[in-house]
Design a protein around this ligand. Structure first.
Ligand SMILES: [Zn+2]
Length: 154
């Protein structure tokens, strides 16, 4: 860490504290040469999410894979690419905002379904039928009925 005033590369930390969410470390530093003080912030950039699959196995979170899954459900549905990107980014941000770097694959599925439901109902049903594997035809019909009625989503 170079001093921003004289570019000297020797500084010492004189005070250290975390911000309220604990994700950012604030450090007061003092230059060993000119004695001027400045503040630095240290932040975790990428938590490296781990996905816990239904069978308990672990897999590192793969944004591309998530996107491909969504693209598959959206095939021939004429959904703009930026909407899909926005969906993927929204899901990733949701996952990153949680306190744990471990995330259940079912939660990811729920988030995708929540978004697709608003985006495109056919894509939603496609994704849901794979992800939720409707136990029987009744629950599938119930889902269809709810969609037709126009489910209010927050
Ligand atoms: Zn200095």
């Amino acid at each position: 860490m170079n001093c921003p005033f004289c570019m000297h590369d020797g500084t010492k930390v004189i005070d250290k504290r975390a911000t309220s969410d604990g994700n950012i470390n604030r450090r007061r530093r003092e230059c060993l040469k000119c004695s001027k003080r400045f503040t630095t912030y240290e932040q975790i950039v990428n938590m490296g999410l781990t996905v816990v699959k239904k069978d308990g196995s672990l897999q590192s979170f793969d944004k591309e894979k998530l996107k491909n899954g969504i693209l598959k459900a959206c095939e021939k549905r004429d959904i703009p690419n930026d909407k899909i990107d926005a969906t993927v980014n929204w899901i990733e941000a949701k996952l990153q905002a949680r306190s744990s770097p471990r995330v259940n694959s079912t939660l990811i599925g729920e988030l995708v379904m929540k978004k697709l439901k608003m985006l495109d109902k056919v894509a939603y049903l496609r994704f849901a039928s794979v992800c939720r594997s409707f136990d029987n035809i009744k629950s599938f019909e119930k889902e269809l009925k709810e969609l037709k009625r126009g489910v209010k989503d927050e």
